[in-house]
Design a protein around this ligand. Structure first.
Ligand code: NDP
Length: 418
């Protein structure tokens, strides 16, 4: 935990520096650092300027206002271990469309120039690093003094509490859900906004956009559109229903998503690759297929749970395990585990198309440098670790029923291999 707390911030700066100023070359950055040492590193760390803070503050206020004000259906999250059920307003698609249309209109009518965001990216990341750290301190203090629900608690260790968080469902007032803001409306939304920014920057610099950039941006936007389309489903996943609001999830979404997740596009701005129509279309179609399969895995599980198993999976009645578990309050509850369809191939098959989709929006950069592939490698490690964490959690939750599931579906991620 201490290594991640201390190493992630400088890594974000080095990644930005290498992608934008060192031609994506790790060797060039390494040479610079070995010649100039710590002093040289501090020199490349941009100051969090007033302009950068202003850009972030206006964007955050705009997204917070959309989250609070746009209409949406009422949806319920899963029941927490203490019996609490969060209530949300599902207005993600509306917020996503309003954000993108507003951003493009501001550029089109020359009210705001998105290239400023790219030109000041280092300052923006620097401001985000410090601002989000302060925000996590706020979450820690709030968790101690004013938790929003019964799903809060301390481990007794200040570093664990700060890193993993204390509250599962922190809110400001009754309606403003902090994790919906940090994870979805700030983090995921910034990914779409920055993907567009990189595209616009290349257009403004060269008077055209390379097909590699078009494929990268299109695939990222399809993925993020899928995310907002399915946002209410995301509120049932581990990020929201199991991981508490602390450095790991909130700093990750506020800083790591805009910087690391967008990094292949950041690299392409100054390194346009011309793939040719055939290759570009092949990569695009393969990427869209992976995003669709990933979506369909999530949809299948949620539809199965929503209908209490009374649905069809790949045209047939689903095969399932009827499991029961005991809540921390001592109540016995029942739950269903799907063992057919995608969920019969392996226990976390959905991570395979997720990783492949990331590969397909990176591969337009071709193979001149390793660093554009950092996100794919990071994601692979993250999801393999996540699959293990989820298996451990489910094993302790469902006991013998989980063992039954593992007997029936023996592979964790890659069918026939792992
Ligand atoms: P999942 O959607 O895999 O949900 C895991 C939970 O589903 C388990 O904890 C369990 O919860 C339930 N479950 C497990 N097996 C079954 C089954 N066979 N039938 C029914 N329910 C089951 O969670 P994730 O959050 O990992 O993934 C959600 C999406 O987010 C995926 O598309 C993933 O690829 C994506 N993702 C993307 C990341 C990124 O950084 N790009 C990071 C993480 C995820 P319960 O207690 O309810 O039984």
């Amino acid at each position: 935990m201490i290594s991640l707390l201390t190493l992630c911030p400088p890594f974000v700066i080095l990644l930005w520096y290498t992608m934008t100023l060192a031609h994506g070359s790790l060797l060039q950055t390494f040479d610079y650092l070995s010649q100039n040492g710590l002093q040289g590193f501090l020199l490349i760390w941009p100051k969090p300027t007033a302009t950068a803070c202003k850009i972030i503050a206006i964007y955050a206020a705009f997204e917070a206002a959309l989250q609070l004000l746009l209409p949406g259906n009422t949806v319920y999250g899963p029941i927490s271990p203490t019996g609490h059920r969060p209530v949300y307003k599902a207005n993600g698609v509306a917020a996503y469309l309003v954000t993108l249309v507003t951003y493009i209109a501001l550029w089109w009518f020359e009210i705001f120039d998105p290239t400023i965001v790219y030109d000041r990216l280092g300052e923006i990341f620097s401001a985000l690093i410090f601002g989000s750290f302060v925000f996590c301190v706020f979450l820690y203090i709030k968790g101690h003094l004013a938790p929003s629900s019964t799903d809060s608690g301390s481990s007794g260790n200040i570093i664990i509490d700060f890193y993993w968080g204390m509250e599962l469902y922190p809110r400001i007032g009754k309606y403003f859900d902090i994790k919906v803001f940090t994870n979805c409306r700030f983090g995921m939304m910034s990914w779409a906004v920055l993907a567009l920014t990189y595209c616009i920057k290349q257009y403004e610099e060269n008077g055209k956009v390379a097909d590699s950039m078009l494929v990268n941006t299109a695939l990222m936007l399809v993925y993020i559109t899928k995310f907002f389309w399915w946002e209410a489903g995301y509120w049932n996943t581990m990020d929201i229903a199991h991981d508490r609001a602390g450095f790991y999830i909130c700093w990750g979404c506020l800083v790591w998503v805009p910087s690391v997740y967008t990094s292949p596009g950041m690299y392409l701005v100054n390194h346009p690759v011309y793939l040719g129509t055939q290759l570009a279309v092949t990569i695009l179609v393969a990427g869209i297929l992976c995003i669709y399969i990933n979506y369909d895995c999530d949809r299948q599980r949620q539809e199965f749970r929503r209908t209490n198993g009374k649905c069809t999976v790949w045209g047939k009645a689903p095969s399932k395990i009827e499991a029961s578990y005991t809540t921390t309050a001592g109540e016995t509850k029942r739950s269903l585990l799907l063992t057919s369809g995608w969920w019969g191939l392996s226990r976390h098959f959905h991570y395979v198309p997720e990783i492949l989709a990331a590969f397909f929006w990176t591969v337009p950069a071709l193979f001149n440098h390793f660093l554009p592939y950092f996100y794919v490698i990071f994601l692979t490690i993250l999801l393999f670790d996540r699959a293990k964490r989820d298996d451990d959690r489910c094993r302790s939750k469902y006991g013998k029923f989980w063992k039954l599931y593992c007997d029936k579906v023996p592979y964790r991620i890659i069918p026939g291999m792992y």
